[in-house]
Ligand binder design. Structure first.
Ligand code: PLP
Length: 263
């Protein structure tokens, strides 16, 4: 099939889309009385049609049960995440015991870095991609400060080749190999928030481990968007939010994965 930049081609692709029916599961905003073409799931996913009913049910239970809602409700609030973990594990390609739903992406990142970034005098560098998400950089710099390590020396930012906008996989793998014994952590986005580049996570994870480094991913723009096999790829840890492609709603609880016990 050849791509054509025409309305009829787009409509024929829509008709063939196996996910077509799911469109009706979401409320699509309107402007001037017409449904918009919503391309902002990278910022905030659409509201599922059922969300209003679910929220209303919980508010009614809170009114009716007060503190008993924690335990004596059809969906007890203590352990609210338990029914969701199976689905979440499937989305990120992990075991149920490896995933958790809590906090925000940035809070989870701070917590996981405490476990997974264990610098030594020799192995202390962190490899990140050019133009990382600003809050990720703050979290990484704050970890370095905690360990009294100079970010200018330790934070290695990979830039695309001159005249190019995205990173080549071979350059990422080469940088990992070169940093080798000084590398403590490779931390990258699964899908870059700015360029949309989907990184070859499996290859990056393998190369990081070969270099003796930990590897983690910010999956804010990957979770619910691209296929993930975090367990198979042996990713050590990952963090994500659920208000983008998981359609959890503004300020929805984030999630994380950790496949190793670092205790
Ligand atoms: C790539 C990326 N990382 C991190 C964050 C920060 O997430 P939060 O503010 O939910 O912690 C965002 C938020 O948009 C993001 O897009």
């Amino acid at each position: 099939m050849e791509f054509q930049a025409s309305r009829s081609f787009a409509e024929s692709m829509d008709r063939r889309d196996p996910l077509r029916e799911y469109r009706d599961y979401f409320s699509i905003p309107t402007q001037g009385g017409r449904e918009v073409v919503y391309l902002c799931g990278n910022s905030l996913g659409l509201c599922p049609v059922k969300a209003m009913d679910y929220v209303q049910q919980e508010l009614e239970r809170w009114q009716r049960l007060g503190v008993w809602g924690y335990f004596h409700s059809p969906r007890p609030w203590v352990g609210y995440e338990e029914p969701l973990l199976g689905m979440l594990a499937e989305i990120v390609g992990a075991e149920v015991e490896e995933v958790a739903m809590m906090h925000t992406l940035s809070t989870n990142l701070h917590l996981l870095l405490l476990s997974f970034y264990r610098p030594t005098a020799r192995r202390f560098k962190i490899l990140i991609e050019h133009n990382p998400f600003p809050t990720d950089r703050y979290a990484l710099v704050s970890q370095l400060r905690l360990h009294k390590i100079d970010a200018a020396e330790a934070l290695v930012e990979l830039t695309p080749r001159k005249g190019e906008f995205v990173l080549r996989s071979e350059d990422i793998l080469e940088a990992i190999e070169e940093l080798g014994p000084s590398l403590a952590l490779v931390f990258m986005q699964g899908v870059h928030y700015h360029t949309g580049q989907c990184f070859e996570m499996e290859k990056i994870a393998t190369a990081a481990h070969q270099a003796g480094s930990m590897v983690g991913f910010d999956l804010a723009h990957a979770v619910g968007n691209v296929p993930l096999r975090l367990h198979k790829w042996e990713v050590d840890f990952a963090v994500w939010c659920s208000y983008k492609y998981l359609n959890g709603g503004p300020a929805a609880v984030g999630g994380h994965l950790s496949t190793k016990n670092t205790a």
